[in-house]
Ligand binder design. Structure first.
Ligand code: SAH
Length: 478
C-alpha cells in the first residue's frame, strides 16, 4: 500500500484550489458538495461557479493574485486541476511547507490522491487503486454501493447521538461494544434501516438494563433469527441485493441441493454451509428435521439463512417452514427470489403474458405421474392461459395426456427449458404432441415446461423456424 486512506476534516480550514477549465470545475463541485470551504485561484482568471448551489457558493472565496506567493497559513490541503506548470510549482511549494497536495493526473507531484467515494451521510467508503486505475476503483465503488443498505448512514448517526449517554451507563468498553453490536444486528438496527427511526429510538430508550442486554449476547442467550432466501435459478447475479446481504450476514446457511456452487460462494466465508435438500434419487433429511435444525440454530443465537432454489414460496415448502418457526416463536423474514419459471422466460424470451394471446398464467407441479393425475386439467382448457410446469420431466407424458384431454390442441407450442440461467442452459421447443420427445433433447434437468401460444414468440422457436426455412432452401431441387 503506497497511499494510506485517511479522512480530512473539512471543518479544520479551507482547501486551496488552483486551476481552470472543466477539470477545476469538477473538483470545485466535488469539494463544494462535501461541505468544504474553498479558496479558488482561477489560473485563467475565470471564476466559473456553474453547477455549484447557492449554499455552497457562499463557502467559495474567489482568490485573486498569484497562488505561488499566496498565504498558505491555515490551509488543510492544496488541489491543482488543469493548472499546467503552475500545478507543478504549487506542489513544490506545498511540500516545502508540509501541506498535502494533489496535482490532478500527476502522481509524481501529488502527496495524496482522491479515492472513489460511496457517500451515505456519516458512512463514507473510500476506494483507491494507488492511482493505477480510476475505472477499476469506480467499478469497486458500484459493487459496494449495491450491497450497502441505503440508510446505513442513518444507522451510524443514530448511534452517534446515543454514544455519549451509553458511555456513561456502560463504562466497560467490551460490554459497550457488545451492546452496540446487538443494537446494530438486531431489531433496533433493522428499524433504522427501514426508515422507522422513531420506533428505533423508543425501543432503545426502553431497554431497561443495557448491561444485561449486552450480556445476553455474550452468554449466547440472544435471540437468533431465520431468513428464508430465494437464491434464484442459478446465475448468482440474479440474487437480489437483500439476498446477498443476508448471505453476507449469516452465521449458518442451510441450503437445498438445487442451489448452485457459484451462489454458495457468495456466502460469508466464516459461515457454515449445511446441505439439507433432496438429491435426485436420494431422500433428504425430511421437512420436520429441517424445521428443527432451523429452530435450534436460531435459538442458539445464530443468524440463520435458509437458502432455496428459485423462490421459497413457489414449490419450495417455505410456507411450512415459516409456520414452524412462528409456532416456535423464532423471528423470521422472507427474501423473494426469481423463480425458475421466470428465469426460463427471461433467458429464452418467452413472454408469459401477451396482449390478446395470453391473459393468464398457471404455475403447477407434476412431480410424478400420480401428481399429474390429481391435477384438474379441465381448469387449464383456456387457450389464453400459459401453463408453467415445475418438476414435470418424468410426468411429461401425463402432462400431455391431461392437456389433450382438456381440449388443448396437439399443435400448442411448448418449450422445455433446462438448467436455466446456468452456463449449460438448454432449450427444446415443439408442439404439445411432441412433448415427451422434447424432454429427451435436453441433457437432463432440472427443467421447466412452458405450454401455450407464447412459446411461439420465444427465441429458440424463432431460431428453429429459421433453421427449417434455411434447410428447405438448401434442399436440392427435385
Ligand atoms: N422454488 C423453486 C422450485 C423448486 S421445485 C423455484 O421457485 O424455482 C424444483 C423444480 O424447479 C425443478 O424440478 C424444475 O422444474 C424447476 N427448476 C429449478 N431450478 C431450475 C433451473 N435452473 N432450470 C430449470 N428448472 C428449474
Amino acid at each position: 500500500m503506497r497511499f494510506l486512506p485517511v479522512f480530512l476534516d473539512l471543518r479544520a480550514g479551507p482547501v486551496l484550489l488552483v486551476g481552470a477549465g472543466d477539470l477545476a470545475r469538477a473538483k470545485l463541485r466535488l469539494l463544494a458538495a462535501a461541505g468544504a470551504r474553498i479558496r479558488y485561484f482561477a489560473t485563467d482568471g475565470q471564476h466559473d461557479l456553474s453547477g455549484v448551489g447557492a449554499d455552497a457558493a457562499a463557502r467559495i472565496e474567489r482568490a485573486e493574485g498569484d497562488p505561488l506567493t499566496a498565504d498558505l497559513s491555515g490551509m488543510i490541503a492544496i488541489l491543482c486541476a488543469g493548472a499546467g506548470d503552475i500545478g507543478v510549482a504549487m506542489s513544490v511549494r506545498a511540500k516545502s511547507v508540509g501541506l498535502p497536495v494533489n496535482v490532478m493526473d500527476d502522481l509524481a507531484h501529488s502527496t495524496f490522491i482522491f479515492p472513489a467515494i460511496v457517500d451515505r451521510g456519516d458512512v463514507v467508503v473510500a476506494v483507491g487503486t494507488g492511482g493505477a486505475s480510476p475505472v477499476v476503483a469506480r467499478r469497486v465503488r458500484e459493487r459496494i454501493e449495491a450491497v450497502l443498505p441505503a440508510r446505513i448512514g442513518d444507522l451510524a448517526s443514530f448511534i452517534g447521538r446515543w454514544r455519549k449517554s451509553m458511555h456513561q451507563r456502560l463504562p466497560e468498553m467490551a460490554l459497550r461494544r457488545r451492546f452496540w453490536e446487538r443494537v446494530v444486528d438486531g431489531p433496533i438496527g433493522a428499524l433504522v434501516l427501514a426508515g422507522r427511526k422513531d420506533e428505533a429510538e423508543a425501543a432503545l430508550k426502553n431497554i431497561p438494563d443495557p448491561a444485561a442486554f449486552a450480556g445476553a449476547l455474550a452468554s449466547g442467550q440472544a435471540e437468533g433469527s431465520v431468513t428464508l432466501v430465494g437464491a434464484g435459478p442459478g446465475d448468482p447475479d440474479l440474487l437480489t441485493i437483500k439476498a446477498l446481504r443476508a448471505l453476507q450476514d449469516a452465521d449458518v446457511v442451510f441450503h437445498d441441493e438445487l442451489v448452485s456452487p457459484e451462489i454458495l460462494d457468495r456466502v460469508r466465508r466464516d459461515a457454515s454451509r449445511v446441505p439439507v435438500g433432496r438429491r435426485v434419487g436420494k431422500p433428504g433429511i425430511g421437512q420436520d428435521a429441517v424445521n428443527k435444525l432451523l429452530i435450534d440454530a436460531a435459538k442458539s443465537g445464530q443468524r440463520v439463512v435458509r437458502l432455496k432454489g428459485g423462490d421459497s414460496f413457489v414449490f419450495g415448502r417455505g410456507g411450512e417452514e415459516v409456520e414452524a418457526l412462528r409456532a416456535a416463536g423464532v423471528a423470521c423474514s422472507v427474501v423473494p427470489g426469481i423463480t425458475a419459471g421466470l428465469g426460463a422466460a427471461a433467458q429464452f424470451e418467452v413472454p408469459l403474458t401477451f396482449r390478446h394471446e395470453a391473459l393468464r398464467i398457471t404455475f403447477l407441479t407434476a412431480h410424478k405421474a400420480r401428481d399429474a393425475e390429481t391435477v384438474d386439467w379441465s381448469a387449464l382448457t383456456d387457450e389464453k392461459m400459459t401453463v408453467v410446469v415445475y418438476m414435470g420431466m418424468t410426468a411429461a407424458p401425463s402432462v400431455r395426456a391431461g392437456l389433450l384431454a382438456a381440449g388443448r390442441s396437439p399443435q400448442t407450442p411448448v418449450g422445455v427449458f433446462a438448467r436455466v440461467t446456468r452456463p449449460d442452459a438448454q432449450a427444446a421447443v415443439g408442439t404439445l404432441q411432441e412433448l415427451p420427445g422434447l424432454i429427451e433433447k435436453v441433457d437432463g434437468g432440472p427443467a421447466i415446461l412452458i405450454i401455450g401460444d407464447v412459446v411461439a414468440h420465444s427465441a429458440p422457436w424463432r431460431e428453429s423456424n429459421l433453421n427449417q426455412v434455411i434447410s428447405k432452401l438448401l434442399e436440392p431441387a427435385a
